[in-house]
Design a protein around this ligand. Structure first.
Ligand SMILES: Nc1nc2c(c(=O)[nH]1)N[C@H]1C(S)=C(S)[C@@H](COP(=O)(O)OP(=O)(O)OC[C@H]3O[C@@H](n4cnc5c(=O)[nH]c(N)nc54)[C@H](O)[C@@H]3O)O[C@H]1N2
Ligand SMILES: Nc1nc2c(c(=O)[nH]1)N[C@H]1C(S)=C(S)[C@@H](COP(=O)(O)OP(=O)(O)OC[C@H]3O[C@@H](n4cnc5c(=O)[nH]c(N)nc54)[C@H](O)[C@@H]3O)O[C@H]1N2
Ligand code: SF4
Ligand SMILES: [Mo]
Length: 756
């Protein structure tokens, strides 16, 4: 069929700008998006979207889109090369690096953004081909402290917590601003519902009077970086008043006595003073959470990009565990997964390799970006020499851009797969152009709901742009060129093609299992083998979706009752295959599991199915809080990276996408502005002592005195123009991070300000 350029059609897809991945109902023509609305048929978002989704055309079509593989020349300019040349040269270089220096010489960075996790599984195979264990990604600069705590508390770093905000009577938003950043279902609707219901309480703990805080019943506008004191005080009030959930703790937890010993030693009034908030409000929050029929805590970067991030996370989790606000409607809960984006790599198990220079452990399989430059520059013979970057722009988004640039420039082989020529891609030896997320089969692994959880396999809306390829094809070709997998699997392919529907792919799966058993070296490359075999038989060029067959079967095996309740009939195997077929068929996503709140206990990985509250490392760090605090000596604390109406990580490069806030201005309290002689429209030099940047200001009384805020997601050089907006990640060295998890302390950046 010939589609003329002007002909439009209706279709469905999902937004790719944040972890919610709201369903979209779109009008498109052959060139791009014409209209974007929420998709009422999407089972999770049910028609909800925010203002950012309407601008997705700026992602799909822009001047930085890549359309041909690029190779860097001696003079640092790029030449266009063919896919064959790119794949073959890369394969030869990778093999040489591995054979000379071993697996430690290779690492991957990224592997998926907010909406694209399909390619990451294929990228991971390159680590296996290189014998490498080193996987760095952006979760390692925000969430790994949280994952580590889950490992200790629940028994596996794959256990992940969600919060049933929609059904909760008492919600604490701790260091998060869902009005702008979302992260909870249909955020603005949900916030409005809580806010207008007098029987429900909303608490916000944030140094800024955010859009969310303005809707709250109680706003604890604490001093930045003091969460550990404030949360200790709240927990101490609870135990001092005997409000802990005694039955819940006895029945479901171990180790409470150790926690209680610390909490009994907390000087409540002194800690509240350090956080600089109203004591009456703190007591109200403690009593409110402990006595609410249902309560939950939603936390994000406000505690995870601050100081003491892992300890903050421990106290955050103790809030709902000590009060028994867990494992029921309206509380915090564990959830199931269908796409396993996290693994369990408990650092006490010697089988998981540490980094060479820092001897740093991975959490959930992820190493922290803050150590990467040292692992490249300081690890001598055992250094990282070759990196693959995918769906990530570390030069802009990871800490210390200058040091990262120096490190990346020293690599023997840097390959970047992206849709756009990013700041990181400009340093690469090879740039591989990916089809956009609307030009290929894609999905997200951010399926974080309980007890009903959903999944959405997205189909391509547009033909692939220029000479781009989807990641599964790119990485499978590299594995083939490295000789890791054969170019063809004629037997398996024939079986897949001929198999009648009624056998539920059993013949194919048996042939796959037989192949992997007889040729064990192929096992790490199962994704690409499925892609080339079963994948070649799937309709609409859906080869990349073949991976969902084993994942659906595993899901059904693990949670059979819940999968059956979601409508996939049959035994553990056939219901899994039925789920797979539904995933391929449904264009607006589906519900894959319906559980009951009581099922949460089956998701606890500890053998005794209890929650182990005592974490010695954290209790030691907690005791250190009792000492007199030392603050930084700069006049201002900069919150370096705020979510606003028009930032979305670095997914949009064209500055035109931003309706407002084009330059990413700094919020500053009117009294601070006056003291510095600043008026609206002025610029300031923001100096951390390590580096400085010049930024616009915006006078704003939602700030605390002596606290300023800048948005993240800027410093982009679009279409070879000038860099626009704050280059936040120039400001601090890599050592400015949590000593335990090594996540950066962006939200606690000490600076001085002077009129420019
Ligand atoms: N519009 C938009 N939405 C996004 C994104 C985006 O770029 N733009 N990015 C997505 C991503 S990747 C993520 S991780 C999430 C992050 O989502 P959030 O964490 O909700 O977003 P932030 O605005 O970075 O930080 C939340 C709040 O932390 C507060 N804060 C700062 N310092 C402290 C402190 O010391 N203590 C406490 N308690 N709070 C503090 C800030 O004032 C801010 O309001 O957002 C996602 N959603
Ligand atoms: N100072 C400071 N720094 C921060 C933050 C902060 O608050 N303050 N926030 C941090 C947080 S929480 C996060 S999550 C990170 C996010 O930072 P990154 O992990 O770097 O992710 P994105 O900015 O989303 O960039 C994604 C890249 O993927 C590319 N891309 C889009 N679609 C595709 C595709 O289909 N295939 C491929 N191969 N590439 C694609 C985009 O062009 C872009 O270059 O930033 C972090 N950096
Ligand atoms: S940015 Fe997030 S909340 Fe907004 S439409 Fe996209 S996925 Fe939904
Ligand atoms: Mo993030």
């Amino acid at each position: 069929m010939n589609i003329s350029v002007t002909e439009t059609r209706e279709d469905t897809t999902a937004c790719i700008l944040c972890s919610r991945n709201c369903g979209l109902s779109v009008e498109v023509d052959a060139t791009g998006f014409k209209k974007i609305r929420g998709d009422d048929a999407h089972p999770m978002s049910q028609g909800y979207i925010c203002q950012k989704a309407a601008r997705l055309e700026y992602y799909q079509n822009n001047a930085d889109r890549l359309n041909q593989p690029l190779k860097r020349k001696e003079d640092s300019t790029f030449e266009e090369i063919s896919w064959n040349q790119a794949i073959n040269e890369i394969a030869v270089k990778m093999t040489a690096i591995r054979d000379t220096h071993g697996g430690e010489a290779f690492a991957t960075c990224g592997g998926g953004g907010q909406g694209n996790h399909l390619g990451g599984g294929y990228l991971g195979q390159l680590r296996a081909a290189m014998k490498s264990y080193f996987n760095y990604n952006s979760l390692g600069q925000e969430k790994t402290g949280d994952f580590w705590l889950n490992g200790r508390l629940f028994g596996s770093q794959t256990c992940h917590i969600t919060e049933d905000v929609e059904h909760s009577d008492f919600v604490i938003f701790l260091g998060c601003n869902p009005f702008q950043a979302h992260g909870i279902p249909n955020a603005r609707h949900t916030l409005k519902e809580i806010s207008k219901d007098p029987a429900r309480t909303m608490v916000v703990i944030d140094p800024r009077r955010t859009e969310t805080a303005k809707m709250a019943d109680i706003h604890l506008q604490l001093k930045p970086g003091t969460d550990a004191y404030l949360l200790s005080a709240i927990l101490a009030i609870i135990v001092n008043e005997g409000l802990q959930a005694k039955e819940f703790l006895a029945e479901h937890c171990t180790g409470f006595a150790s926690v209680e010993r610390y909490l009994k030693s907390v000087p409540v009034a002194e800690f509240i003073r350090r956080a600089d908030v109203n004591p009456d409000d703190v007591y109200a929050v403690a009593r409110g959470l402990a006595t609410a029929s249902s309560g939950c805590v939603r936390a994000d970067l406000g505690i995870q990009h601050s100081i003491r991030t892992t300890l903050n996370g421990y106290f955050e989790k103790l809030l709902y565990l000590v009060t028994g606000q867990f494992g029921k409607r309206g509380a915090n809960n564990l959830h199931t997964t269908i796409v396993p984006i996290l693994t369990d790599t408990d650092e006490r198990n010697p089988k998981y390799r540490r980094s060479v220079y820092h001897k740093m452990f991975a959490v959930s399989g992820i190493l922290p970006p803050n150590i990467l430059a040292d692992e490249i520059l300081l690890a001598g013979e055992k250094r990282i020499r070759s990196i693959f970057v995918d769906s990530c722009n570390p030069i802009n988004t990871w800490a210390d851009s200058d040091r990262m640039t120096e490190a990346f420039k020293s690599l023997e082989l840097l390959v970047v797969t992206d849709v756009a020529l990013t700041e990181t891609a400009r340093l690469a030896h090879y740039v591989l152009p990916a089809a956009s997320q609307f030009e290929k089969w894609e999905f997200t692994g951010f399926n974080l709901e309980f007890p009903v959880n959903g999944f959405h396999l997205r189909h391509p809306l547009f033909p692939a742009y220029g000479n781009t390829l989807p990641e599964p094809e790119i990485y499978t070709r590299i594995l083939e060129a490295m000789g890791k997998i054969p170019k063809d699997f004629p037997v398996m392919k024939a079986i897949a093609k001929k198999e009648p529907k009624g056998t539920f792919h059993l013949g194919f799966l048996i042939s796959l299992a037989a192949k992997l058993m007889t040729d064990k070296k192929l096992q790490p490359f199962a994704a690409s083998i499925l892609y080339r075999t079963l994948g070649s038989t799937l309709p609409n060029k859906g080869a990349a979706a073949a991976i969902m067959l084993p994942l659906s079967i595993v899901t059904s095996m693990r949670y059979h009752d819940g999968v059956k309740r979601a409508g996939y009939k049959g035994n553990r195997f056939t219901s899994g295959v039925r789920l797979f077929r539904a995933i391929l068929r449904e264009r607006s996503g589906l519900v894959y599991i319906r559980q009951n709140y009581e099922d949460v206990w089956s998701l606890v990985a500890n053998k005794d199915q209890k929650i182990h509250l005592r974490i010695p490392e954290m209790l030691d760090e907690a005791l250190a809080l009792l000492k007199e605090p030392v603050d930084h000596d700069k006049p201002f604390t900069l919150i370096a990276g705020e979510r606003r109406a028009y930032n979305a990580n670095q997914i949009f490069r064209d500055p035109q996408w931003r309706k407002i806030d084009k330059t990413g201005a700094m919020r500053i309290h009117p009294d601070d502005a006056e003291e510095l002689g600043l008026v609206a429209g002025d610029q300031v030099i923001c100096d951390s002592g390590y580096a400085n940047i010049k930024v616009d200001i915006m006078i704003d009384d939602t700030m605390r005195r002596r606290v300023v805020a800048l948005p993240h997601g800027y410093a982009i050089t679009y279409d070879n123009g000038e860099e626009i907006g704050p280059a936040l990640n120039r400001l601090m060295p890599l050592t400015h991070c949590d000593p335990f998890s090594r996540t950066p302390s962006h939200k606690y950046t000490p600076v001085s300000l002077a009129k420019a």
